[in-house]
Write a protein that binds this ligand. Structure first.
Ligand code: UDP
Length: 520
């Protein structure tokens, strides 16, 4: 079996959809290059990964890709049970708990499992997700390299690396209510950032320590791969090369941007993302069928990723705003408190009870509400879609860049506020919603960053701006230009493609990426 001579990479993803979608895409690319790729995930996650990869038996077709499951005892929990569990608790505490369960420490069974894997040479590295620090312990046990595939952007990576520097923010982290007006000005490659625009872990005491454990591991990775491309984040990528790499407490010998990684069903084997249909199969998806009836560029796509939901009053206000905009829209809308979803989740059910009375009838001739998992990349690429009201999750941002659809930014959590600043201020691909000023109660409450409230007037106005006015035209032009740059980066000779090839060479001549340079 020729697999004995190919490099073997162990891939350790995380179960959150926003992480496992790009991971699967990358794993498939590795396997297509003949790298033996073993994905290791917990049982709960394995079922999902298998179904995302399709029914194909890759190994039988000679593609060296396989998935191994680790017992975590959670496989039997249904989506509905998770929903109930989620509703019982404070959301922030819940996030911490959920994360802990998703990244349960399985390092010793994993090391054992890998010793017994045949037929393949011993692995040359463990390629892990940012939330899976125990994968580095596995690599250490096996005496092999630790590679980080960072599925967010270079900006978040720069901040994460900088955050473990004791001088950073003068010891004021995590940000508290007392210092939330702080401006953070020493993140390599980034303009000064208001503290309230930092990712969640910097503003939530309970999450901060949890995340810092992970951030410290980033510095111990031998190679860091980032899901971005040079034209999109030039200043940050340059700063990472020139100011961060080679620093005494940075282990990495290279930081390579290899994006955009897109949902894999929509990328063909050449890495080209220009696929607009699901081939010759008859179309059955309700969102696509509805879009097929709409004029070009007329529809606003509204979606907040795999996890975010809105409190009932905000959901109601959003409905009024969308209605008052007079624009056509496809709204992926989930009941408040619905837990994180993936392509295999059941539809969480109707949201009618959270919408204004008669809403669905009134908007029937120009709007559609859908609460299931939507084929987002295909929607964004559909000719009827002309704008995207988005939470600025990084995958969504890359997907909409690759589709050339401009953004109206409504960040929810994670690093989305930071993404918004970059998309609005630096790259000018998005316009933003302005929230109502915080009330006294909100400012005095427990949260360092209270959830903002967006009025129906503001929503209606900005939706019209994006879809019909000069502001929207300007960001549309910018994003369409960047779309070409994204395509070039991934095509033969492009910067991301060259970095990917350098990575493959590195795996082959194990341990030497010096002199390969970064693809720019
Ligand atoms: N997604 C999808 N259908 C949905 C919701 C999400 O296909 O109904 C995909 C979306 O295309 C993206 C990922 O899920 O690839 C969400 O990742 P992102 O980083 O945008 O946000 P997150 O879910 O991590 O908040």
């Amino acid at each position: 079996e020729s697999w004995n001579h190919a490099p073997h990479v162990v891939v350790a993803p995380n179960a959150l959809s926003g992480h496992s979608i790009p991971f699967l895409q990358f794993a498939r690319r590795l396997a297509n290059e003949g790298v033996v790729t073993t994905i290791v995930a917990t049982d709960r996650h394995v079922l999902e990964l298998r179904s995302s990869l399709g029914a194909t038996d890759w190994t039988a077709q000679g593609v060296p890709l396989r998935i191994l499951g680790l017992r975590d005892g959670k496989a039997e929990l249904t989506h509905r049970e998770w929903t109930e569990k989620m509703r019982e608790r404070e959301v922030e505490l819940e996030v911490v708990r959920l994360m802990q369960e998703l990244v349960v420490d399985v390092s010793s069974p994993m090391a054992q499992l890998l010793r017994g894997v045949e037929p393949a040479a011993a692995p040359v590295c463990v390629l892990h997700d940012m939330f899976v620090p125990w994968a580095q312990e596995v690599a250490d046990r096996l005496g092999i390299e630790k590679h980080l595939l960072f599925v967010s952007n270079a900006s978040a990576l720069s901040l994460a690396l900088q955050s473990t520097n004791p001088q950073f923010a003068e010891g004021l982290l995590p940000i508290s209510k007392e210092n939330r007006d702080l401006i953070i000005s020493d993140i390599p490659g980034l303009p000064p950032i208001p503290a309230l625009e930092l990712p969640d872990p910097f503003l939530v005491a309970g999450l901060f320590d949890w995340m810092q454990i992970r951030h410290k591991k980033f510095r111990k990775a031998d190679v860091i791969l980032v899901n971005t491309f040079y034209e999109l984040e030039k200043p940050v990528l340059d700063a990472l090369q020139n100011e961060v790499l080679g620093h005494p407490n940075m282990q990495a010998k290279c930081i390579l941007e290899i994006g955009p990684l897109l949902p894999e069903s929509y990328v063909n084997d050449d890495g080209n993302f220009d696929i607009t249909t699901n081939g010759s199969m008859e179309e059955t998806d309700p969102c696509i069928l509805w879009l097929n009836t709409r004029p070009p560029k007329s529809v606003l796509f509204v979606s907040f990723g795999s996890g975010a939901t809105h409190p009932a009053p905000q959901l109601l206000e959003m409905a009024f705003g969308l209605e008052d905009s007079g624009c056509s829209f496809l709204w992926i809308v989930r009941p408040p408190g619905t837990p994180g979803m993936s392509a295999t989740s059941e539809n969480p059910g109707s949201v009618t009870e959270f919408l204004p009375p008669g809403f669905e009838e009134r908007i029937m001739d120009r709007g559609m509400c859908y609460s299931g998992w939507a084929p987002q990349m295909r929607i964004l690429k559909h000719s009827a879609v002309g704008g995207f009201l988005s939470h600025c999750g990084w995958n969504s941002s890359l997907e909409t860049v690759c589709a050339g659809v401009p953004i109206l930014a409504w960040p929810k959590g994670a690093e989305q506020h930071l993404n918004r600043r970059y998309l609005v201020d630096t790259s000018k691909l998005a316009i933003e919603l302005e929230a109502d000023p915080y009330t006294k109660e909100e400012l005095e409450g427990d949260k360092v960053r209270p959830e903002p409230f967006y009025s129906r007037e503001e929503i209606a106005k900005k939706v019209r701006n994006l879809m019909h006015e000069a502001e929207g035209q300007a960001v549309r032009k910018n994003i369409q230009r960047l779309r070409s740059a994204a395509r070039e980066a991934g095509a033969l000779g492009g910067s991301s493609r060259r970095n990917f090839e350098a990575y493959i060479r590195l795996l082959h001549n194990y341990g030497n990426c010096n002199g390969e340079g970064n693809g720019h």
